[in-house]
Design a protein around this ligand. Structure first.
Ligand code: PBG
Length: 329
């Protein structure tokens, strides 16, 4: 028999109106936590759509100003740059050239919008003819030969004005190599955001089309992590922390929410999660087909990443999400 006076716990009371639901919400998203990746390509006056990522473009340096202004207006305060050079070679020379694309892009963004924080991805895969993230010795990715090249790239990007350098090559000791090169070059203020737990994932597919960085032979499983391993992810993060990383990252996000939550419980550091190209494209594709409500699906996924414990979310939905967050509802 139901007691008359006290009907006990009724959780639906907390959901009875929009205002009450908002009052009791546990997880908030803010535009200032979202990072917009930007593909910078060679050439002039080019804004080139990426077929596998509807709504995302490659921009030549002269076209960046308008785009970053739009991001700023929407509330985005940090961008993450990737370069797509005209020519690639065995050693990925364009990645660490001081007249390379990314330094030019950083200079241009800083000239237009000094308060926009600029992060630069540090890796060789967009710049090597073979598409691997490091240089090769006898057909194998050579960890220790790659380190000075990553360090040189990081110093070039930081010298051009990037506040954050983000090594994504998954070479052992890459954070240490970059930290000491930055410190030796009077760039001790530059932050290092390690792609600490980066898994060998099928969800990078659209990015590789966008950046033309698919390996010409083999795959990345000898350096990117096995998706089955979360204890090892904690060891990777621990290693980056001990090498001096300021921020750590889990990537991809959606298929690795447990890894984000585990990192949140273990590390007192800002944690970034990279919601990668495939996570974006699958929502886009389904919504273009009318199978998913784009806005609701995207916001649900971003909220889940934040709820798992990420402080920072790198997402191709950044501009749209910031605009949705800014809309009065
Ligand atoms: C470079 C790099 C990649 C991504 C970010 N940095 C590609 C890869 O590892 O193949 C993927 C980002 C995405 O899919 O959105 N190593």
């Amino acid at each position: 028999m139901i007691e008359k006076k006290n009907q006990g716990v009724r959780l639906r009371r907390l959901r009875r109106s929009d205002t009450i639901r908002r009052l009791a919400t546990e997880t908030d998203l803010q535009a200032s936590r979202l990072v917009a990746p930007i593909f910078v390509r060679y050439g002039e006056k080019v804004v080139e759509p990426i077929a596998a990522m509807p709504g995302v473009n490659r921009y030549s340096v002269d076209q960046l100003g308008g785009y970053v202004n739009r991001l700023w207006e929407a509330g985005i305060r940090t961008v993450l740059l990737f370069g797509i050079p005209e020519s690639k070679d065995e050693l990925g020379t364009q990645a660490y050239s001081n007249v390379g694309l990314v330094p030019k892009a950083i200079t241009e963004i800083k000239r237009r919008l000094p308060s926009m924080a600029v992060a630069a991805d540090v890796c060789l895969c967009e710049y090597t003819s073979h598409g691997h993230c490091g240089v090769l010795t006898g057909g194998e990715v050579d960890n220790d030969k790659t380190l000075p090249l990553l360090a040189k790239a990081a110093v070039e990007y930081a010298s051009a004005g990037a506040e954050i350098v983000a090594p994504s090559a998954m070479m052992d000791r890459q954070v240490a190599a970059i930290r000491s090169a930055l410190d030796d070059s009077n760039l001790s203020e530059t932050l290092v955001m390690g792609y600490s737990a980066k898994f060998a994932s099928s969800f990078y597919g659209p990015f590789r089309e966008a950046a033309g960085s698919t390996p010409s032979f083999g795959d990345r499983r000898s350096y990117q992590m096995n998706g089955a391993n979360s204890r090892e992810a904690m060891r990777e993060i621990e290693e980056d922390v001990s090498e001096g990383a300021d921020m750590i990252m889990v990537k991809p996000a959606l298929a690795y929410l447990d890894v984000i939550a585990r990192a949140r419980a273990k590390f007192e550091m800002p944690i970034a999660a990279y919601s990668v190209s495939g996570e974006y494209s699958m929502i886009k594709a389904a919504s273009l087909n009318g199978w998913l409500d784009e806005r609701r699906a995207a916001m649900e996924v971003l909220t889940s990443i934040r709820r798992a414990g990420a402080d920072i979310i790198i997402t191709y939905f950044a501009e749209q999400a910031a605009n949705w967050l800014g809309e009065a509802t």
